[in-house]
Design a protein around this ligand. Sequence first.
Ligand code: FES
Ligand code: FES
Length: 155
Amino acid sequence: MSIRLKINGEDRVYHGDPRDSLLTVLRRDLRLTGAKDVCGEGFCGACMVIENGTAVPACLRPVGLLEDAEITTIEGLSPLSEPSPLQAAFARHDVVQCGMCFPGMVMTLTSLLAENPSPDRTEVKAALVGNLCRCTGYERIVDAVMSLQEQEHAQ
Ligand code: FES
Ligand code: FES
């Protein structure tokens, strides 16, 4: 079976088992390893990607359901040399510890900010309900997101 989809702006055709998860296809076949394989069951959010504008856990998306989907992974967000404003805010607030959860956090929050550029703290926390971090405090993550608005107001 062939499935056509767009990944990070590039047209791709997947020839294989349509039951394979998008996470497997990204990591095993395309070597896009930014989305992390942690729980594999939709609980932790480490594998979040953006599918047609919405953050979804790639481990729960069989590739057979993704005909014509547009997928963005963390590799497609910005070049390594030029982190997105959100990624830069995470770095400034020194929120990353082991880093396992952070690609997923960035994808969830990127999707939130595209929909709602000025979320309040409650909205940021609600968006992160499906992203688990076992290392760090969530408050600094929220601080980093809120700093983007402060930065904008200061300009
Ligand atoms: S690896 Fe997909 S939600 Fe945990
Ligand atoms: S920084 Fe280690 S799981 Fe979040």
